[in-house]
Design a protein around this ligand. Structure first.
Ligand code: XIL
Length: 476
């Protein structure tokens, strides 16, 4: 029983209108229309009154209830569903499918929450389906009062193909998913931190838990406990996970150095990559395969892998990764490679070599920076276009901007926001830039120390000027 709203799609700024149609099995049919910022408009009686719902009404879905909506969009990067579970204990899930694609799952809570799932949609008409599965308790149901499609502020631009010919520099915004590095221990010990992560970010990079020294501290002794928990947590809230980092010289466990023969080192590398990628193949679709292979002059850094395999270890890792999961996005991730110089040249050379062999899909620019050395938008854009022209995607993967020190705090935070804004603008202007990740959620737990104030949220989880700046450009 699905009835299509006859109201047609109203346009609201850069945002397409959303028509929301309820179809609980055999029970009722009604349609309501939601436009961002407005409450749901009830057209007929299949929606219940609910205190604290936007507009005082909500769609009520029993177990196996389904709601669908049609909308048109210019450039949408996420869907936000506001929902609340009632009478449920244990298992409960809202599953959101757009255009019949990958299902995203969020867990409705006992209080009203907005939950975001990330997606990238081309301009045009789309269909969203929200279904509810709850525990066996008959009273278990979910209320949904709003489905929203946040759009970037400013004039939207069409969603580009992943890799397009160079476009002129543009000050306009474009939705790019915003991610953060997260450590499991902070999720566990600090509910406010977890809330901030879930509220503000659509993807997650395990900060340490997927490094080889964590996953395989001794040869053949695997420890997936922390990585499993972190990935499950992220996926339960609809977040994408970036795998970080399969092969990383400084995070290599000591046993690799003790391997005597090069063919054995290669076998150990292959086993590690295959085991890890296959374990997470359903939930991690993007991997930093090799991290920080190059030093500041652009030469290879020596590590346990170069000792046995030479610089070829990089290409070997990518080959094993392609074998292990041929449809995963494979990323080469590097620091200090975002501005001109020998390090950038060497990084681009390495990525080109890998690309010619069909082994790499994207390059990650870490961007650990400070107020003094954060690049201009033009500098970063120039770097990103090198990769765009090569036909590989580019991402900001670990940005932080140290802002500790003397001088007015307000001024420092504003200068920091401008550094982040410039990076976001470069990313928005280059079609090949597909994700923007910062290295931590709040200043409190930054690897650089809380005094450096390097991130988008302050120690208490409140928004800083930097977050507003990034959102203005990238939306979400
Ligand atoms: C850092 C983590 O943030 C720290 O908690 C850990 O002690 C060391 O590693 N480049 C990378 C990341 O690719 O893996 C590093 O993460 C930061 C620099």
């Amino acid at each position: 029983m699905v009835r299509v709203d006859r109201g047609g799609a109203a346009r609201a700024g850069g945002l397409g209108a959303l028509i929301f149609i309820l179809a609980a099995p055999g029970a009722f049919a009604a349609s309501v229309r939601v436009v961002e910022g407005e409450s749901m408009r009830v057209v007929s009686g299949s929606v219940v009154r609910a205190q604290e719902a936007v507009g005082g009404r909500a769609a009520r879905l029993p177990a196996n209830g389904v709601a669908t909506a049609r909308f048109t969009s210019d450039n949408v990067g996420s869907v936000v569903v506001r929902a609340r579970a009632l009478g449920c204990r244990g298992r409960r899930r809202l599953t959101i499918v757009v255009d019949g694609g990958t299902p995203y799952r969020v867990k409705p809570r006992g209080s009203w929450r907005e939950q975001r799932v990330a997606l990238t949609l081309a301009a045009g008409a789309h269909r969203i389906r929200v279904s509810f599965s709850g525990s066996e308790r008959r009273r278990c149901r979910v209320l949904v009062d709003r489905v929203r499609l946040p759009a970037p502020k400013g004039k939207p631009v069409a969603t580009p193909a992943p890799v397009a010919p160079a476009a002129p520099a543009s000050p306009l915004g474009r939705y790019v998913p915003l991610g953060a590095a997260v450590q499991l221990k902070y999720i566990k010990q600090d509910a406010g931190f977890d809330d901030a992560f879930k509220r503000e970010f659509v993807s997650m990079t395990p900060e340490n838990e997927m490094k080889m020294e964590w996953l395989q501290p001794e040869r053949g002794r695997w420890n997936f406990t922390a990585a499993d928990a972190l990935v499950a947590h992220a996926r339960a809230y609809g977040k994408d996970v970036r795998g970080h980092a399969l092969i990383f010289g400084t995070a290599t466990p000591p046993w690799v150095k003790r391997i005597l023969l090069s063919h054995d080192a290669a076998a150990a590398m292959r086993t590690h990559i295959h085991t890890v990628m296959r374990r997470y193949r359903d939930s991690v679709r993007e991997w930093d395969v090799v991290n920080e292979a190059l030093g500041s002059g652009g030469t290879y850094r020596s590590n346990a892998w170069t000792e046995k395999l030479g610089s070829q270890y990089v290409e070997m890792a990518f080959r094993y990764a392609r074998e292990a999961d041929p449809t995963a996005k494979l990323v080469y991730n590097e620091f200090d490679a975002d501005t001109a110089g020998p390090k950038r040249d060497a990084t681009a050379g390495l990525v080109r070599k890998l690309k010619d062999k069909g082994l790499v899909d994207a390059v990650g620019l870490q961007m650990h920076r400070s107020l003094a050395d954060a690049p201009t938008r033009e500098q970063l854009e120039e770097t990103m276009r090198i990769y765009e022209q090569m036909g590989v995607e580019v991402q900001v993967t670990e940005m932080d901007v140290l802002a500790g020190g003397a001088g007015s705090l307000t001024d420092r935070l504003i200068i920091q926001a401008e550094a982040y804004r410039r990076a976001a603008q470069a990313c928005a202007a280059v079609a090949a830039c597909t994700r923007f990740t910062v290295w931590g959620v709040t200043d409190r737990y930054s690897w650089m120390g809380v005094d450096q104030l390097p991130l988008l949220l302050d120690a208490g989880g409140a928004e800083k000027p930097a977050l507003a700046a990034v959102r203005e450009v990238l939306g979400g």
